[in-house]
Structures are given as structure tokens and as C-alpha cells.
Design a protein around this ligand. Structure first.
Ligand code: NAP
Length: 348
């Protein structure tokens, strides 16, 4: 029998869609992704980008306070026993995602730990195929596979992820390790300026390292970078190596000039990447309308509809602008409501 709602993904958009769909008696089935070495390398393991961050201080509902008891109480022992101990106040990204997943399961959501690798949206019910070989039919599908931040690909960068290397200033910038210290932002687009501008509230100096001698950012954003006295532009350079040690995490970066052989070192307690994101849409190539950057295109204003009737998209897979946990959760809710209403219209 075909599923009423199949949800692909396992970030805030997917779990929020599942919570709403489950409470509407649509008995959602979630494919949360597979635990594989490839997914680990690509930053696409189950629970998404939030599972790769530390403290989450901007998700409403988790003010500072000790959550240990709440976590013990809310999560099944089989999950809790393998989680890192709750360290500080507030909530961490992995904790938040486990709580959302559990909340979805509490309302009857079924979860399969596998990737969807192929879809057939050519007729209804839709057909999808999982990596492990499962074939699933579904009357409606919500795609919430998110996006992954691009990294430079250096071993040293990998080593210091969450210990000074981050791809989200809004998520991590206010952490104590970044306050009153010099920081590095890599990139020359609008995101890089936005990140540098945001970080300048906390840092002594923000070095914006760009590989060319001209910013890609829009004029208004470029002016913002130039006018901010705490932002220092470092033109024609790329990061060659992230410097650090086990005790302190990141302590600086080594730069390589793009115009000559010169190298230089900058002292910094953090390096923020702003060199773009890649949406996780490769398995949808040719199946759904996408933007030039391969994000799924929402086809109806203020709705989560895609170019295929009955297929909805939520979260970062369709949003390269806000990219926040709370906005992803918001569009996850919208997608579940859109799917519910569409199914009702079909008499399902
Ligand atoms: P982007 O415009 O694609 O810029 C990426 C930047 O990273 C470019 O400067 C690029 O250098 C650099 N880069 C890429 N790969 C690199 C590598 N391997 N090593 C070093 N540098 C590398 O991406 P974005 O800034 O994330 O912006 C994405 C979209 O969102 C844009 O349309 C942007 O306008 C929009 N946005 C708007 C706002 C706003 O208006 N407030 C804020 C954020 C984002 P090159 O320039 O040399 O290619």
C-alpha cells in the first residue's frame, strides 16, 4: 500500500514536517539518511547540519538552563547512552535534533535509516528507491534533505571543525572562544561580508581572506565591509593550512598568495568558511525544477509546492537565503500542512 506522506531528510524541516503529518494522522514515513563513510565525509549524515554544530543559542524555547534531566527524560535510553554528556547550559545541535526526532517518533512517525537514491515522480503514486534496495510508493513526498556547507578540503580544517573552524557565524560566532580575539572569514561573496560584519561585534579584528582582488559581494555589502573598521581585507590569498593545537583548537591560519609564492601567517582563534553551500539534490536531477544553483524551486509564492504536484520541499534544500534551523522548521510545518490539504483534495 502506498504511504500517505514520505519525508526524505532528517534536519529540523523533516522532523517538524513529521510531527505535523503524524498529528494529522498521515502516518509519515521518514527516510533519515544512511550512516556511511561517504555521508560522513560529505557532511550528510542523519540529523543534518545541526548535528555538526555545538551550542545552539538562537533556537527559541531553549533558554540557558540545565537540560540534563530533560534529555534523560525525553530520549530513549538506547539513544541517550551513546550521546555525549550534556556539557553546558542551553541546548546543543545534536541534542536538539535527537529531541525533534524523538518528538516525531512519539506521535507515531516511522523512521528508516537509509538514503533515498532514486525517485520516479512521473506518475502517482510516486515511487522511490533506497540505497539498501527498498522500493516505496507514496501519494505525497516532502523533500527536506538540506544543504551542506562547502569547505576548503584541508586535513587541518577537518581536524579543527567545532574547535575553531565553523561555516556558520550566526550559529557559533557568539561562543566565548571567539570573543575579543582576531578571527578569519574565508570568501568574498555576500555571505562572507555578512559573516565578517556579524563577527566584528565579538572579535578584535576580522580578516576577510579572498582569493581575488575584487569582492563578489553586491555593492552595498562590499561597502559595508570596507566601512567596518574591524574588518581587514586580505586580498589575493587562500588558506593553505589551519594552525592549532590540541589544547586550544585553532590558533591561526597560514595563507598562500594567489599572485606569487609568498606565504604569511595570521593569528586567529577561529576560521569561518563562507564559500557557498551545496544543496543535497543530486538524486533529484531532472525530476524537479531547480534554481541555477541546484536548489529546489518553490513554484507557488508562500507555499512549499514544487514543480511536481504532490511533491513539497522544506528547509535549506529549497532555501539558500535564510538557512536557519528555525526557518527550516517553519517551512517543514508549512510542507506538512500543504501536503495534508493536497491529499484531502485528492480524497486520500
Ligand atoms: P557566493 O556568492 O557564491 O560567493 C562565494 C565566495 O566564496 C566567492 O567570493 C568565491 O570566490 C569564494 N570561494 C568559492 N570557493 C572558494 C574556494 N575553494 N576557496 C576560496 N574562496 C572560494 O556565495 P554566498 O556569498 O554564500 O552567496 C550565495 C547567495 O546568497 C548569493 O546570491 C548572495 O547574493 C546571497 N546572499 C545575500 C545576502 C544579502 O544580501 N544580505 C547575504 C548572504 C547571501 P570568487 O569570488 O573568486 O568566485
Amino acid at each position: 500500500m502506498a504511504e500517505k506522506v514520505l519525508i526524505i531528510g532528517s534536519g529540523p524541516a523533516a522532523w517538524t514536517a513529521a510531527i505535523y503529518a503524524a498529528r494529522a494522522n498521515l502516518e509519515p514515513l521518514v527516510y533519515e539518511g544512511a550512516i556511511t563513510e561517504d555521508n560522513q565525509m560529505n557532511g550528510t549524515l542523519p540529523l543534518g547540519q545541526l548535528a555538526l554544530t555545538t551550542e545552539v543559542e538562537n533556537y527559541p524555547g531553549f533558554p540557558a538552563g540545565n537540560l540534563e534531566g530533560y534529555l534523560d527524560d525525553s530520549l530513549h535510553k538506547s539513544i541517550r547512552q551513546f550521546m555525549a554528556p550534556h556539557q553546558k547550559e542551553g541546548v546543543s545541535g545534536p541534542e536538539l535534533m535527537e529531541l525533534m526526532r524523538q518528538q516525531a517518533k512519539n506521535f507515531g512517525t516511522r523512521v528508516v535509516t537509509d538514503d533515498i537514491v532514486d525517485v520516479d515522480f512521473g506518475g502517482r503514486p510516486f515511487k522511490v528507491r533506497a540505497r539498501g534496495g527498498d522500493q516505496v510508493e507514496a501519494h505525497s513526498v516532502i523533500v527536506a534533505t538540506g544543504a551542506r556547507a562547502n569547505y576548503l578540503g584541508l586535513d587541518s580544517e577537518e581536524k579543527y571543525k567545532n574547535r575553531g573552524v565553523s561555516a556558520c557565524a550566526v550559529c557559533d560566532g557568539a561562543l566565548p572562544r571567539f570573543r575579543n580575539k582576531p578571527l578569519v572569514v574565508v570568501g568574498g561573496g555576500d555571505s562572507a561580508v555578512e559573516e565578517a560584519d556579524y563577527l566584528s561585534k565579538f572579535a578584535t579584528t576580522v580578516y576577510m581572506v579572498h582569493r581575488r582582488d575584487q569582492l563578489r559581494a553586491s555593492k552595498i555589502m562590499a561597502d559595508r565591509a570596507m566601512e567596518n573598521k574591524k574588518i581587514e581585507l586580505v586580498w589575493n590569498n587562500t588558506v593553505d593550512e589551519v594552525l592549532g593545537n590540541d589544547a586550544d583548537g585553532v590558533t591561526g591560519v597560514r595563507l598562500q598568495s594567489t599572485v606569487d609564492d609568498s606565504k604569511q601567517e595570521l593569528e586567529a582563534s577561529g576560521m569561518f568558511l563562507a564559500i557557498g553551500h551545496t544543496p543535497n539534490t543530486a538524486f533529484l536531477e531532472g525530476k524537479l525544477e531547480m534554481t541555477p544553483k541546484r536548489y529546489i524551486r518553490w513554484t507557488v509564492p508562500f507555499r512549499t509546492n514544487t514543480s511536481v504536484e504532490g511533491v513539497f520541499a522544506a528547509g535549506d534544500v529549497a532555501d539558500d537565503y535564510y538557512r536557519q534551523a528555525v526557518t527550516a522548521a517553519g517551512t517543514g510545518c508549512m510542507a506538512a500542512l500543504d501536503a495534508e490539504r493536497w491529499l484531502a483534495g485528492q480524497g486520500i
